[in-house]
Design a protein around this ligand. Structure first.
Ligand code: KG4
Ligand code: ZN
Length: 338
C-alpha cells in the first residue's frame, strides 16, 4: 500500500514546530524556540505571534528537508487548532490552510491536548503504547488534566486545574526564589541535592479530581518573606532544600489525585505527557506507583512530551486513516475543549 506522509504544524504557545511522519513513524521533528520570552519571565503573546511568523516557513522547510521528501509528496497537513494563544494559533492555522489549499490535499485540525496524549502512539521502538482504557495526566506550563482515554478519540476530562497549571506552579515558585524562567528544570536539578521534608507547605483542598496550585504559590511567597525577615540569606542558604520541598509538595498533589482517579475508575494504566513529565521526581513517583499500586506507567520520549509537532502529526495520521478532514473555513480556537 501507499505511504502516508503527514506534515504536522504546532504553534499554540511559544514554540514553532513542524514534523513529517510516514505511516506514523517520525521522519523529522523540528522546533524553533523563542528565547525572547526569558527576558520577560514568561511568554509574551504579541512577541510569540511575531516570532511564529518569522519561524514558520524555515521550520517547515527544515522538516521537509530532514524527512527527505518534497511538499508534493505530502498526503495531508495537520495543524493545532487550539487551545492556546490566539495570535500564535492564527499563524499555524493560516499557514496550514494556505499550504493545503495550494497543494490540493486534505487539511486536518488537531486539538493540542489530545495530541499531548496521543503522542504515546507515535511509532517508536523505544516507546510502548498504552492499552485502552488508560488515564492520561497532562502536565505542562499551560495545562494540568487527568483524562480518561477509552479510545484514540474517546476521551473524557475527569479532573483539571481550577487556576494555575502545574508548570506555572514550578515557574512562579522559581520566580519567588529568584530563579530564571522557566524554573522547572532548575528546581528539579536542585531538588535532587536537597531534603524534601525540610519545609512543609500546605496542600490545597480541592473537590474530586480537580487541582489548584495558586494557593501553594502564595503559601511559598509568604513563607519565604517571613523567613527572610529573620534571616536575609534564607533563600541562598536553603535553596536546594526549598526546591526539594516545593517539588515534593507538587508531586504529592499530583500523585494523590492520580491514586484517587485510578481507584474511582479502576484503571491502572497511566500515561503522562507535557513538559513537566520531564521532572525526575514525578518519574520516580510513578515507578513507585507501579510497585505500590500495581500501575503500569508510560512516559514518552522527552522530545514528544514538550510542545512539538510530531504529536500533532500523529493525530493527523490517525484522523487521516478515518478520513476525518476539515475545511478551509476552519478557525483557530483558543479555548478548544477536549
Ligand atoms: O510542555 P511544555 O514545554 O510547554 C507548555 O507549557 O505547553 O512545558 C513547559 C513547562 C514549564 O513550566 C517548565 O518549567 C516545565 O514544563 N518543566 C519542568 C521540567 N522541565 C520542564 N518542570 C519540572 N521539572 C522539570 N524537569
Ligand atoms: Zn502543550
Amino acid at each position: 500500500s501507499e505511504n502516508i506522509y503527514i506534515l504536522g504544524i504546532e504553534s499554540s504557545c511559544d514554540d514553532t514546530g513542524a514534523s513529517v511522519l510516514c505511516n506514523g513513524k517520525v521522519l523529522s521533528n523540528c522546533i524553533a524556540g523563542q528565547a525572547i520570552h526569558e527576558a520577560y519571565g514568561g511568554v509574551v503573546p504579541e512577541l510569540a505571534s511575531r516570532a511564529h511568523q518569522q519561524n514558520i516557513v524555515p521550520v517547515v522547510q527544515q522538516a521537509l528537508e530532514k524527512a527527505q521528501i518534497t511538499k508534493e509528496q505530502l498526503s495531508a497537513i495537520a495543524f493545532t487548532q487550539g487551545p492556546g494563544l490566539m495570535g500564535s494559533l492564527l499563524v499555524g492555522t493560516s499557514f496550514a490552510k494556505s499550504l493545503a489549499f495550494g497543494l490540493q490535499i486534505p487539511l486536518i485540525s488537531v486539538n493540542h491536548m489530545q495530541a499531548h496524549i496521543l503522542a504515546h502512539f507515535i511509532d517508536e521502538e523505544s516507546q510502548s503504547k498504552p492499552k485502552f482504557p488508560f488515564l492520561a495526566l497532562t502536565i505542562s506550563g499551560g495545562h494540568t488534566q487527568i483524562v480518561r482515554v477509552d479510545n484514540y478519540f474517546d476521551m473524557t476530562v475527569i479532573g483539571e486545574t481550577i487556576d494555575d497549571a502545574v508548570g506555572e506552579a514550578f515557574d512562579k515558585s522559581g520566580k519567588i526564589l529568584g530563579l530564571g524562567y522557566p524554573a522547572g528544570p532548575e528546581i528539579d536539578r536542585r531538588a535532587k541535592l536537597g531534603n524534601p521534608k525540610a519545609f512543609q507547605f500546605t496542600k490545597p483542598k480541592v473537590e474530586g479530581l480537580n487541582f489548584s496550585f495558586s494557593g501553594l504559590k502564595t503559601g511559598i511567597l509568604y513563607f519565604v518573606q517571613k523567613e527572610i525577615k529573620k534571616n536575609p540569606e534564607f533563600i541562598n542558604e536553603n535553596l536546594n532544600d526549598i526546591c526539594a520541598s516545593i517539588q515534593y509538595t507538587i508531586i504529592g498533589i499530583l500523585i494523590d489525585k492520580l491514586k484517587k482517579a485510578s481507584k474511582e475508575t479502576d484503571i491502572k494504566h497511566i500515561a503522562i505527557g507535557g513538559g513537566v513529565s520531564a521532572n525526575s521526581g514525578i518519574r520516580e513517583a510513578l515507578k513507585l506507583g507501579e510497585q505500590k499500586f500495581g500501575w503500569t506507567t508510560y512516559v514518552p520520549k522527552f522530545e514528544f512530551t514538550t510542545d512539538n509537532a510530531a504529536m500533532i502529526a500523529i493525530v493527523g495520521y490517525l484522523k487521516y486513516l478515518k478520513e476525518d478532514f476539515t475545511f478551509q473555513n476552519v478557525m483557530a480556537s483558543s479555548r478548544l475543549k477536549l
